[in-house]
Design a protein around this ligand. Sequence first.
Ligand code: PMP
Length: 522
Amino acid sequence: MIYLDHAATTPLDPAVRAAMLPWLDDVSGFGNPASDHAPGRRARAAVEAARAQVAQLIGAQAEEIVWTSGATESNNLAIKGALEFRGMSGAHIVSSRIEHKSVLDTCRYLESQGVRVAWLDPGRDGGIAVEQVLAALRPETLLVSLMWVNNETGVINPVVELAPQLRARGILFHVDAVQAAGRLPIDLAAVPIDLLSLSAHKFYGPKGIGALFVRKRPRARLAPQMHGGGHEQGMRAGTLATHQIAGMGMAAALARERLDEDAARIAALRDRLWQKLGGLPGVLRNGDPARTVPQILNLSFEGVEGESLRARLPGLAVSSGSACSAATREPSYVLRALGRDDELAGASLRFSLGRGTTGADIDAAAAQLIGAVESLRCIAHGGSSGTESTHRGGRASVRDADDESGPYPQAVWRRFIRPAHVGTIAGAVHARARTPAARAQLDLSLRLDPLQARFSAYGCPYTLAVGEWLAETLEREGAAVLRRIDAAAIRAALEIPEARAHCALMGEDVVRSLWQQIESTA
Ligand code: PMP
């Protein structure tokens, strides 16, 4: 498996793991950092050492770091905490439509509480401009919340330029720096950001631990969102997780040490991937390369359907949109905001590279992708294009795919990954069916003498499998079988679940249309 999803999460660095283990020890490491005895003091010293390490990564003071459970919590605490402290009624905040869900949903919640939010749209370059933010400010604006680096496109927002402008106007500035930390230099001694969110698992630390930078001078005031023992200067109650915190500290120290080297190496690998994939026709790069971080490459593939593309890459861990919203199965809201239509946003992949990525990974990933894209395009066009490299690239991904049927029934998977009846037959009877929104299309041709059937299809793996099964069945049993095939028969043969019944219905439509033509010519 080639892992190119480091923007979703990174593997734990072995040195980070080693730094965590002593604090999981049941004899010497278990003390509560808030306790006033030797085990407690030991744990507290570890927590404070880690606080200094995290502060160093971003040019802050140790006492400006508040531990949280991750960036989702940091974003909630920063935005809700600031608004609650200053009073919500009549308040106004400025944010953007390309923020992470943990900012979007927090701002939407505040809207439900009467706060007004100005939602900025990104430009075609994928970013938010300084002038856009300034133009959205009002006398009652309390807070601007903007991400440093977008997690889907990797586009860098001009937070460094914006910060002094907001400071001059007395407006609080919160920055979600999850994708920037450890990738770009961050110096909060020089950049007057007030609140900044971090998450350890995005820079080779453990999951479930993060931090919020809360500026001391001038002091950013927050109402706590977690009430309890008054930990973390009253901003975040709860017993501190010593092992997690020690891990985040070590991860921050390593990130700082390796920043330049990682960035240069990863940028070169990213360029190598783009060089290989950019050579394919119909591949679009999302986000302006001139303002993108090294580790992320986001591409849209024309002429292929998104689910089929991802299914054809079983040896590749990449993301479509962001992992956090993968559950909703909606095309990425960030790519739609960039002007990509639903179809193209759905056929987009985010490649995010990391410390462990090698040149061999990049070459193998590119070969799999080229194979998948060319063979899907070939199936969509009835085998009329890309045949040569389809067979070369196609075979590599098929080999990987044999045991990897994923969520698909074997009967579907086998036909999807290795269709044997793709094509169009000159002079044959031909029928076409489409789903209502034309998201999928299925073509079937049949010649009676000698008997031959071929299909072409654009759509999800079920659609392609239906095409293959129909052509296979027709060629084996002859035209008379058309009378017996309906959606129920297709679903039964391929074990198609209810949720995908529409793919079988499209099969029924194409069969009916073919039968009518045969009857009328007979
Ligand atoms: N902000 C951004 C930009 C992110 O990419 C993520 C993680 N997907 C988060 C916030 C949430 O971080 P966590 O997983 O620590 O809650």
